[in-house]
Ligand binder design. Sequence first.
Ligand code: WAQ
Ligand code: MG
Length: 633
Amino acid sequence: MDNTDLYGIKMRASQKSENTNRHLSGAERIVEKENIISCANSLIKRALNHENGKADFINLKIENINREKVLELEALPVILKQVKTKAEGYKQIEYYLKKNGIEYPKKVINMLKECKSLRGAILLDVNTLKRLEPNPERGVRATYMDSDKFNLCTSKNHFNEAIILATKVANAPNIVGEICISDDINYVTGYFASKRNGYIRISKLKEKGDPLGGRIFLYNGKTKKDLENTIDFIEKQPVIVTNIANSQINTNKWEFIEEYTKNIKKENLYRTQNEILEINKSNVKIGNTNFKMFSSNNYLGFANNDEIKKFSAKMLKKYGTGTGGSRLICGNFDLHTQLENKIAKFKNQESAIIFNSGYVTNLTVIPSLFKENDVIFSDELNHASIIDGCRLSKAKTIIFKHADYVDLEEKIKKNAFNKGVIISDAVFSMDGDIADLPKILLLSKKYNLLTYIDEAHSTGVIGKTGRGIVEYYNLNEYPDIIMGTLSKALGAEGGFITGSKLLTDYLRNSARGYIFSTAFAAAPVAAAIKGLELLENDVSYVKKLHENIRYFNKCLHNAGINVSSKTSIFSFIIGDENKALEAAKKLLIQKFFIKAIRYPTVPKGQARLRIVITSQTLKKDMKQLSQILGKIL
Ligand code: WAQ
Ligand code: MG
């Protein structure tokens, strides 16, 4: 046996009130000499940071313990009883009391009420139901006990402390069992423990908020000497409990979800989804009702275009429904390459690479390009996929005010970097405004930064022929990294990056979302190919979209609504989440399918109606809608 000394450390914290001291918290440990200071430290921290209140007195007692006298006890085995109600919990206790020969279990349980003013436990004679504590105001206190693991004790761990105590008490002479409920008002888990049955952990023995708590040690001895031995053991015998299982059993494994759901419901942030049964141009059928669709990013109607559907179906027949592997292993069809070439050509770039969704594109490309020592300057209204990509990248992310390039420049000047990038949406998804690309490019040149532009809502939408933001500004230079989606104007599915071949080859070798995703199926790839073809060969789709956007702007103006947009996205900021929901409901009653956009899609308190105009939106619908909006906004 190791000869180094052991020390018991006890902490008690209390609060001074008029003439008494209110007990706040207490804890004890048994530690090696070398751990005294760090243990004392954390016990003091615990005393100072107790949720019950501020500590006026902290009493720390450190005493030598003879190692030879320490008893090592194996922790009681833990058995969890998951119960739904307090009543069920009590049934469990009754059952175990009966099992241990106690005739009137209800009477015993009732005595827990007497524990209220005790610092210790009731010592109950199970034969006479008489209390045996020498000092009935204090009760019997179990002390000199710890587990064999030295861990920092800054916060209370109910279960760990309880199993140490329960193991010690269950091993005391003449003790047949123990019942315990915490006096912490929100800790509802309690237990019955005995040497015979183990530690029966009962998930609910009281309602939250109930201050009832206490302990009863069940005694079955005969002589005065027996009683003395029992109390002596409980109060004086040093015990180290070994093999406490790491079972931090949660009383309700789903509580974290239930809590979350309850909270977002309270804040009007809970979301539900509609089931669309049929789509006919700008009309959708939900249930038995037709709605005018004013929410879809199907900007050019390509998701339901006959020519595209036909080609997609043909390729589905030829290649099948799946690909059977990632691009790099065995899922690479000539179709994939064709699509990538088409994207690059459409965007006037050297090369392109496709990903399974727009979200995945940003999520995987940003971290594969930017790392720990890099700096990302990101517009505060960038899409969630950019935000998540930045987070995953571990790069230092500096958020600049929305479309505020003065703020951006100030922040660039303040932050030193070796490698840096400006990331911005081209068209902002929830506001519909357009980034000032010329300014961004200017700053990027001035400070030698890369540029990363997300063209999800600009491709097929802005620019004379729908080529996006570069065409919109008539520039002859390009961002370094152009990102886009195939799922909006192109009516298919997926995302892409286009730029230099150096860039796309690098991404094929480093972007985990590319390497570890099964290549996407022929049908959506073919749809995107055909979509690009239509877009390139027939400018009428984009023209029609632009005409509709102009028309809706005019309607809004006529209805006296001060909202306008140069893109498909019109944002009607309402503010309050509930009011936005109400407005959406009113529109739904009038058969307009428009969603209230709320946090976390937009900041809290900036809930809004997001109205989307496509090439298929009917003029009469736009007119009617703007009149209704004029009334309800
Ligand atoms: N010795 C005897 N009785 C005590 C002691 C002690 N060392 N410490 C507390 N008591 C009595 C006292 O009357 C308290 O009011 C009562 O027990 C409850 O004490 O598996 O937190 O410290 O998750 O509030 C059970 C854990 C936690 C169940 C119990 O007790 C689980 C708990 P608390
Ligand atoms: Mg307590």
